[in-house]
Every structure is written in structure tokens, then in C-alpha cells.
Design a binder for this molecule. Structure first.
Ligand SMILES: Nc1ncnc2c1ncn2[C@@H]1O[C@H](COP(=O)(O)OP(=O)(O)OP(=O)(O)O)[C@@H](O)[C@H]1O
Length: 267
């Protein structure tokens, strides 16, 4: 990591410039390519949530993964906190990744069912070799508290928690290393509707309390309206409309955005 990132003071946390991602398809003889994201540019500022919407296959997840360096774009640049992460060597990227975390729809499935809540919340510190055992213990407690899981549950095993509680655990683990940018990819879609609102409220409260920047990926327009300050609409890999959420929901200028809004039953 160079000094750039240390000195980065602008409000801009993420900048994607003309990002394109092509996937190679097919076997040895017949290769074709699929353009999943095409010439996409966007920025996310500190303490801002960008909602990324579009139908299935429009490139939302691919763009989210590119934003935190999980996928390298075919062309274009990704700048996080002033650092061009597409130019970072693997070791530098590994260190830098602490500043960027992803919360998946099925994050909670990746929790080891035989680990206790305490162990799960200490794991990010253990993996990164951070803090003394006593400090890890204390920090795990604070994380549990932040996602509203009772202290008395710290000894419970992962498989004893409900789906919504497990997603809270995943959120807490995502926060452990104090990221500045979070990509939440359909974080509540796998949960019962009654549980979704509570987890979304929690995520919004945490985002505001920690001044986090977030890309919030969802196909549910009502959820995006609740969460987002800015919105970008993807259609077949291209950003067809972007701007302040309030403007886009009140006066969508792109025909495809209008179709998305009209077909959103929960609005
Ligand atoms: N690893 C890959 N190899 C080949 N094609 C891929 C790969 N990942 C994504 N794609 C393709 O790229 C396009 C965009 O996929 P992506 O998952 O980003 O869309 P999405 O909007 O997130 O969809 P969904 O809401 O269904 O998750 C799709 O056509 C998908 O099949």
C-alpha cells in the first residue's frame, strides 16, 4: 500500500471508471465471450449508500465484486480510497481488502455450525493475527452487542441461531475489521419477509453510525428506496440511469427504470 491511501481525505470512497467485464465461455474449440458489465462508471462517497438495481443477470453482483477487488475487470479502473486496486499486487490487495467487505445473501450458510458465537466473532481477528486473546474477547462482545445479539448467547453454536440471527452474525463478522466500504449483495433476500425489515433497519443504523459507504445490491425496489441515497440502474450490463434515489423514484427518466418501478409490487 502506498501513502496515497493514508493521505486520502476526499469524500469519495469508491470510483469505478469505464469498467467492463467479459467472461470467456465455451470449450477449447468454440470460444465466445459474454459481456457482463459494459463501460460502467460510478462513485460512492463516505457515509453514502448506492443502490444497484436491475433484473436477474443484469450484472449487479459482478459489478459489486469488481468494486471490492474480488473480480478483476477486463478493462477500466477501480479506485478505493484513492488507491487504484486493479494495479495492486496480490499481497497489497490482501491487506487492502480489510477496508472492503462483502455481505452475501447466503453469508450465513458459510458459518461453521459447530463454532460458538464468541468464536465466530473472534475468527476475523484470529485469521488476521490481530489483538491479544483478551482484546479479541472484548471486541467480539462489542460486535455481538452492535448487531443486537444478547451476551448470554455468546456460548451458543451457529446452528442454534435462526436465519435472521445468523445473518446478523455475518454482518458483525463483516464489520470486525472496520471496513470503509461494504458491498451487501441481496443481504435479506433469503430471509422471511417478517425478518427482512428488522435486519435492514439494523444494517441502515450501523451504516449511519459507522459512516460506512455501501453498495446495496437488490432486485427489490422498495428495499432499495429504503436503504439508498443514490441509485444506479443496470440493464444488460450497462448503467442506464443513475442519480439521487429520491429523484429516480419520483421521476425516473429511463424507460427501463419505469418498468422496474411499475413491476415492484411491494411499493
Ligand atoms: N463466472 C462467470 N462466468 C461466466 N458468466 C458469468 C460469470 N458470472 C456471471 N456471469 C454472467 O454475467 C451476467 C451477469 O451476472 P450477475 O450475476 O452479475 O448478474 P446479477 O444482476 O447479479 O443477477 P442475479 O440477480 O441473478 O444475481 C449473467 O449473464 C451471468 O450469467
Amino acid at each position: 500500500m502506498n501513502h496515497n491511501s493514508e493521505q486520502h481525505t476526499s469524500r469519495e470512497v469508491l470510483r469505478l471508471s469505464s469498467v467492463t467485464k467479459e467472461f470467456q465461455l465455451g470449450g477449447t474449440f468454440r470460444k465466445t465471450k459474454h459481456v457482463a458489465v459494459k463501460n460502467a462508471s460510478l462513485t460512492v462517497e463516505r457515509n453514502q449508500v448506492l443502490g444497484l438495481v436491475g433484473e436477474s443477470g443484469s450484472g449487479k453482483s459482478t459489478l459489486g465484486r469488481i468494486a471490492i477487488g474480488l473480480i478483476k475487470p477486463t478493462s477500466g479502473s477501480v479506485t478505493v480510497l484513492g488507491e487504484d486496486i486493479s494495479a495492486l499486487k496480490p499481497e497489497a490487495l490482501r491487506l487492502f481488502r480489510r477496508k472492503m467487505q462483502m455481505i452475501f445473501q447466503d453469508s450465513s450458510n458459510s458459518l461453521n455450525p459447530r463454532m460458538t458465537l464468541q468464536e465466530l466473532l473472534e475468527e476475523p481477528f484470529r485469521v488476521q493475527n490481530l489483538y491479544s486473546p483478551a482484546d479479541r474477547h472484548q471486541r467480539a462482545r462489542a460486535l455481538a452487542d452492535e448487531v443486537q445479539l444478547a451476551e448470554s448467547w455468546l456460548g451458543r453454536l451457529a446452528h442454534e441461531f435462526s436465519g435472521g440471527q445468523r445473518q446478523r452474525i455475518s454482518i458483525a463478522r463483516g464489520l470486525a475489521l472496520e471496513p470503509e466500504l461494504i458491498v451487501a449483495d441481496e443481504p435479506v433476500s433469503a430471509l422471511d419477509v417478517s425478518v427482512q425489515a428488522r435486519v435492514l433497519n439494523l444494517l441502515k443504523d450501523i451504516q449511519e453510525a459507522r459512516n460506512l459507504s455501501m453498495i446495496f445490491v437488490s432486485h427489490d425496489m422498495a428495499v432499495v428506496e429504503f436503504m439508498s441515497d443514490q441509485v444506479a440502474v443496470l440493464y444488460q450490463g450497462e448503467i442506464v440511469e443513475s442519480g439521487p434515489a429520491r429523484r429516480i423514484f419520483a421521476q425516473p427518466s429511463n424507460p427501463y427504470t419505469r418498468i422496474l418501478l411499475e413491476s415492484a409490487p411491494s411499493l
